[in-house]
Design a protein around this ligand. Structure first.
Ligand SMILES: Nc1ncnc2c1ncn2[C@@H]1O[C@H](COP(=O)(O)OP(=O)(O)OP(=O)(O)O)[C@@H](O)[C@H]1O
Ligand SMILES: [Mg+2]
Length: 447
């Protein structure tokens, strides 16, 4: 075996935990040079914000040093040059790799606070980041962060974005004299036009992540916005009220319509914890987390506490993750940011494996895994396994439908995807579709 191959073989033991494949077959190893006992190579990650960057570097050094002929190992870490799907769309966005939309059904749930802190969390890991405030009625970016200068000008036909602490910023509030007051008279279509001009007409340069702070709601304006530019992933912010579950589902559905995967739900102001490690008070009741997991297979739900400092920091123009980088709050944002980065990386490498769900008369519901394995499920069993409110009492957990109620010949009339992790089945019996996380179907199949 050549020395090159020995090195590559050795490196193959390192598996990317999110993508589930080794770093050699993922094509991460570049510029491998061997000179006697000296080995050098570059590990090119999918994003500079890669959460396992340091671990990869140490492991690469360790496994290559273990080869008997190796004396020195130099491992350089780099990130893939931004490849943008947006080239053809607009010159301003041509070098933006990922657009992450932060959205909420209602106003005032902390969407902008989350968007800004998340953006700065990503920036702290070395990623190039921008924030676009898509809310023309109540632009909040100008109050949340104070840019280095507030002079907006054009260069080569594009608007030069403002900047604060190394993150690029644009908001309607920066280009209108009274922070967006003029928007009050604008109607829907005009709003989208203005936002479009501002978003695609800004010279964002090379960015790993552009965070979009969408206006609250799931109406036409939001839907149009999500169609204007190819959004990589969506994050939904909510608060724990009785209706929040329905709100989140509405949000997921809106993004489904435009084929944007929702990668995280942040339940903001979920609880208040006066003492570190002390009791957590659920001020607004139980949130949507449990139901999202049970009914949508949606594991990526974060509960974010009420933290008075979060509001204070935002008021003085410095996001809390910068002002107080060692705080619990900054750590929580770190977790959320890490998760978003991982989910996006999985999406790009097609590592989100979903079974295909279909129906064949005589066989039943067919679950086909990525490796071709097929499972046949009895439609009656699948119908019984529904965890929706029309089947299971939400409070007591009691089953509302008996097996004998279900017609023997029940079959799907429509099968569709919901969000990233679930499938919806409209049955020949009953009006309300059932929603199944893939995990629930796999469990039924005994996987
Ligand atoms: N976890 C938190 N703890 C304490 N205060 C918070 C928290 N999250 C947000 N806030 C405060 O709540 C208020 C509303 O937050 P924010 O402006 O981010 O909401 P929004 O959803 O963007 O609202 P809008 O619909 O107006 O755009 C702000 O004063 C903010 O500082
Ligand atoms: Mg806002």
């Amino acid at each position: 075996m050549s020395k090159e191959n020995e090195v590559l073989e050795a490196l193959k033991v390192i598996i990317d935990p999110d993508l589930g494949r080794d770093i050699v077959s993922l094509g991460f190893i570049k510029d491998l040079h061997i000179d006697g006992g000296n080995v050098s190579f570059v590990v090119e990650l999918t994003t500079p914000a890669c959460p396992v960057k340091d671990r990869f570097q140490t492991e690469c050094e360790r496994v290559v040093s273990a080869l008997p002929w190796v004396e020195n190992v130099t491992v350089l870490m780099s990130a893939q040059k931004t490849k943008s799907p947006l080239q053809a769309q607009s010159p301003g966005l041509s070098r933006v790799a990922n657009i992450v939309a932060v959205s909420s059904c209602k106003g005032g749930v902390g969407k902008s606070t989350m968007a800004v802190n998340l953006a700065y969390t990503l920036a702290k890991t070395g990623a190039k980041v921008g924030i676009f405030d898509a809310d023309v009625y109540g632009p909040s970016l100008p109050t949340l962060v104070h840019p280095d200068t507030d002079e907006v000008y054009q260069q080569n036909g594009l608007i030069v974005p403002l900047e604060a602490h190394g993150v690029k910023l644009m908001s309607f509030g920066f280009v209108t004299p009274r922070g967006g007051e003029g928007a009050a008279i604008m109607r829907g279509p005009m709003v989208t036009q203005v936002i479009n001009q501002l978003l695609t007409g800004t010279d964002w340069g090379e960015l790993d992540y552009l965070v979009l702070d969408l206006p609250p709601g799931t109406g036409d304006v939001q839907l149009t916005l999500t169609q204007l530019v190819p959004i990589t992933a969506a994050i939904i912010v909510t608060t724990p009220q009785h209706l929040s579950f329905i709100d989140v589902v509405k949000g997921i559905q809106m993004f489904d319509k435009v084929k944007v995967p929702t990668v995280a739900v942040i339940e903001n102001m979920s609880y208040f914890q006066p003492e570190p490690d002390g009791e957590k008070y659920k001020l607004f009741g139980e949130g949507a987390r449990k139901k999202l997991i049970e009914q949508y297979g949606f594991q990526n739900t974060f509960e974010f506490p009420v933290v008075p400092r979060v509001a204070e920091m935002c008021d003085n123009g410095t996001p809390v993750v910068l002002e107080d980088p060692d705080s619990d709050t900054a750590r929580t944002f770190g977790e959320i940011g890490g998760m978003v980065v991982r989910e996006i990386s999985k999406l790009k490498h097609g590592a989100v494996e979903k079974p295909q769900v279909s129906f064949t008369a005589g066989r039943g519901i067919i679950l086909t895994l990525a490796d071709g394995t097929e499972y046949e499920l009895d439609p009656v069993d699948v119908r019984m396994a529904c965890r929706g409110a029309h089947t299971v009492d939400e409070l007591t957990g009691e089953q509302k439908i008996k097996r004998e109620d279900i017609p023997k010949n029940i079959h799907p009339t429509a099968i569709g995807k919901v969000g990233n992790y679930a499938v919806s089945i409209q049955w020949s019996w009953g009006n309300v579709p059932s929603i199944y996380p893939y995990e629930a179907l796999l469990a039924l199949a005994g996987e």
